[in-house]
Design a protein around this ligand. Structure first.
Ligand SMILES: NC(=O)c1ccc[n+]([C@@H]2O[C@H](COP(=O)([O-])OP(=O)(O)OC[C@H]3O[C@@H](n4cnc5c(N)ncnc54)[C@H](OP(=O)(O)O)[C@@H]3O)[C@@H](O)[C@H]2O)c1
Length: 377
């Protein structure tokens, strides 16, 4: 658990230095392994400095780096906006990312394989794929040609469009990481999803249902019917009801997508002994931003260990900070569920990539509650 989790923070910081190469790349005219004809430079939305939506700059001639053996060049058709994108744009994670500016934001992608590295076996040029980058990737997906590793991609579900596919991987893999990899949910267990109206929460409800769990969620009034339509046994409108009174019984796992002190307190109290509480609001990046990497990351590790020890002692439960992580097996299962119509995340609005600033602005001002997609021609 915790030791590997804390090592993960430090590894993440180390990884990004290598990933930063992707933005200062060389490439014009160089042949690529296993490639059909592809561009050597392309459009990309660069983030040269932290700031508001106006900090995003669409450039035409951003070089496309060479592929490493395990990497895949993806011609992007649709990429979605995640809360992490707007947070990173504003400076979240600056302790890690500031020395690596300019960044390309974006985690999710749906598109076609344009070229593959020498050791890639599971994907071929021309195949339609979807997937998501790790939260610390420096060269993101807001570009015509994104680079992901083989294990971050799989075949796109045939039954859905690129737009629909692009909103799934990052959210669903985060939910997968919490419920399948961490809590190891199984048939008959009770799962509470705090924040089932959001993309991760809605994916988590559907993953838990697909695993034969009984699911209760909290969400806004506009999301209640959608949550119940998945088969959730109860969806409590947190804006109108006292969720501590409305929800009965104990749970084997609680996924808290909100992760404030109040939802943490409530979530922990709803767990059976031996249950798992997972919050998406781990404090590693915010502590590193406040105190610098050298102090912030060990402080985050200490805070996590302390909470784990305390809750184990006081409530007999396991406490985790969940971070999205690539999981090829998980992504294949997510694709299968999507193809079977058992996992979907609705798209609220689509913008052309040329309107990326407007899209970020609308999302940030909460003018669009659901998922926003950027389309690349
Ligand atoms: N740690 C990681 O690796 C990781 C990965 C992905 C996401 N995240 C974080 O997890 C959070 C959720 O991500 P997301 O992609 O699902 O965001 P999202 O789609 O924007 O969903 C957020 C939703 O939370 C709901 N909400 C707000 N306050 C609530 C409350 N008190 N109780 C219940 N629901 C509430 C709202 O839904 P209603 O419409 O129902 O009110 C809102 O739409 C974000 O903070 C994101 O940064 C972390």
């Amino acid at each position: 658990m915790s030791f590997s989790q804390s090592r993960g923070f430090e590894n993440a910081a180390r990884r990004i230095t290598a990933l930063a190469d992707g933005l200062n790349c060389k490439c014009a005219g160089e042949p690529r392994p296993h490639s059909r004809s592809i561009a050597t430079s392309c459009r990309a939305v660069l983030l040269p400095r932290f700031g508001g939506p106006e900090a995003l700059v669409l450039r035409d001639n951003v070089e496309v780096p060479d592929l490493k053996p395990n990497e895949v060049l993806v011609r992007a058709r649709a990429v979605s906006i995640n809360p992490l994108d707007t947070r990173m744009r504003s400076g979240y994670g600056r302790s890690i990312f500031e020395p690596l500016l300019p960044l390309i934001l974006g985690r999710d992608i749906s598109g076609e394989v344009a070229a593959v590295g020498a050791s890639v076996r599971s994907l071929t040029v021309g195949q339609e794929v979807f997937g998501a980058l790790h939260p610390t990737a420096v060269r993101g997906t807001y570009t015509d040609y994104a680079i992901l590793s083989e294990d971050e991609l799989t075949q796109k579900p045939e039954s859905i469009t690129h737009e629909e596919a692009s909103v799934i991987p990052f959210a669903a893999l985060t939910a997968w990481r919490a419920l399948k990899s961490t809590a190891r949910i199984s048939e008959g267990q009770r799962v509470l999803v705090i924040g089932g109206g959001g993309a991760v929460g809605f994916a988590a409800i559907q993953l838990a249902m697909a695993n034969g769990c009984r699911v209760v969620t909290t969400c806004g009034s506009q999301s209640v019917d959608r949550a119940l339509a998945t088969g959730a046994e109860q969806a409590v409108d947190y804006t109108a009801k006292d969720i501590e009174l409305a929800i009965k019984g104990k749970f084997d796992a609680v996924l808290d997508t909100i992760g404030g002190p109040e939802t943490e307190r409530i979530g922990i109290n709803f767990l059976k002994r031996g249950g798992h509480y997972m919050t998406l609001q781990g404090e590693a990046a915010s502590l590193a931003d406040r105190y610098g990497l050298a102090v912030g990351l060990p402080a985050a590790t200490a805070m996590l260990l302390k909470k784990q020890f305390q809750y184990r002692y006081s409530h007999g439960i396991e406490y985790f900070w969940t971070y999205m992580r690539a999981d090829s097996e998980g992504l294949v299962q997510i694709r299968r569920l999507s193809e079977a119509g058992r996992l979907h995340i609705p798209v609220d609005k689509t913008f052309p990539i040329t309107q990326v600033r407007e899209a970020h602005e609308a999302k940030e001002r909460k003018q669009i509650p659901g998922k926003v997609v950027l389309e690349l021609d």
